[in-house]
Design a protein around this ligand. Structure first.
Ligand SMILES: Nc1ncnc2c1ncn2[C@@H]1O[C@H](COP(=O)(O)OP(=O)(O)OP(=O)(O)O)[C@@H](O)[C@H]1O
Length: 290
């Protein structure tokens, strides 16, 4: 039986000593959607991500992944490496974690070591004319080249990843995650530090990933993002947290006009230092020209 819900978070609670970072949080991620988790600083967004991807073991609650394969995964009991490898949930981090000294192409091949490692065994078999090592290598290379093309970096395949402009590095990280063929892609602030043109390229890429670029199956996306221009433009569904609790959940239009959300963000505005530079960057990200 197939369901339209890919990920179901139910009554998720995460405590650090006396601090409740996430408090009985429930929400769903539908298949084929871009779902954004937003909220003021310290609202609990990264903690939710860390619970979903196995970096933290939740204090209580359930996190259930139901891909079309029919196998259901209870992520709250699984270690991070199994969530990535068996449940096919991929993630990126707030800070870039590429192998800066490796080439762009090598970064995409390294991501596929899970499929290539067993092929080392197959390589031994190949010596005796029995295995499919070369086929696995060829498939990995094809996948890497496909995602290189999708992020417009084919011409820079042999350059060190660390030499790329910041926005290209961000998209390379996403391409690297896509090389693992995830069913759910979790992105932690993918637009952070991007200029308006780079934010546009990111939004286009995420749309293509969701819809299934070039014959690939579409991939659901869960993202944390502070850039409201990007969030409102690309999200199908938004979950808003404040002080570890859900305060709103719905379409961008519904969330944008929700008084609880407006109040939460107005409260945060007092703490943020708004400089002329950040204001201009924010305006540009929102597409405000005057
Ligand atoms: N490992 C930890 N140990 C103790 N407290 C933590 C830990 N991780 C997060 N917290 C606390 O939990 C609360 C939620 O933090 P979290 O990083 O999840 O918020 P956030 O919404 O992602 O914030 P930001 O937008 O600033 O990244 C904060 O009060 C934070 O200090």
């Amino acid at each position: 039986m197939t369901t339209t819900t890919l990920l179901s978070v139910t009554d998720l609670t995460m405590r650090f000593g006396g601090l409740t970072a996430v408090n009985k949080l429930s929400f769903d991620v539908r298949k084929g959607d871009i779902t954004a988790v937003i909220g003021p600083n310290g609202a609990g967004k990264t903690t939710v991500f860390n619970c979903i991807t196995g970096f933290y073991r939740p204090t209580s609650g359930a996190i259930t992944l139901t891909p079309d394969t029919g196998v259901q995964f209870d992520l709250e009991h699984m270690p991070g490496h199994q969530i990535a490898r068996t449940a096919h949930v991929a993630r990126t981090f707030q800070n870039i974690r590429l192998f800066a000294g490796m080439t762009v192409l090598e970064n995409l091949l390294v991501a596929q070591h899970n499929t290539l490692m067993p092929s080392v065994v197959r390589g031994l078999l190949a010596v005796f004319g029995l295995g499919g090592h070369r086929a696995a290598e060829r498939a990995a290379l094809e996948r890497a080249r496909f995602w290189l093309d999708a992020i417009d970096l084919t011409a820079r395949a042999d350059d060190p990843a660390g030499a790329l402009p910041y926005g290209d590095q961000r998209r390379l990280e996403i391409a690297r995650a896509m090389c693992t063929e995830p069913v759910l892609l979790c992105l932690d602030e993918p637009a952070a530090g991007l200029n308006p043109r780079e934010s546009d390229e990111l939004a286009t890429l995420l749309g293509r990933i969701r819809d299934g670029a070039g014959g690939t199956p579409g991939c659901s996306i869960l993202l944390i993002e502070h850039d409201m221009g990007v969030v409102m433009r690309i999200s199908d569904h938004i979950v808003v947290l404040d002080h570890g609790k859900k305060i709103s959940d719905g379409t961008p239009e519904a969330v944008r006009s929700d008084p609880h959300v407006i109040a939460a963000y107005l409260g945060e505005g007092d703490e943020d230092e708004v400089t002329e530079e950040t204001a201009e960057a924010d305006k540009a990200a929102r597409g405000v020209t005057a």
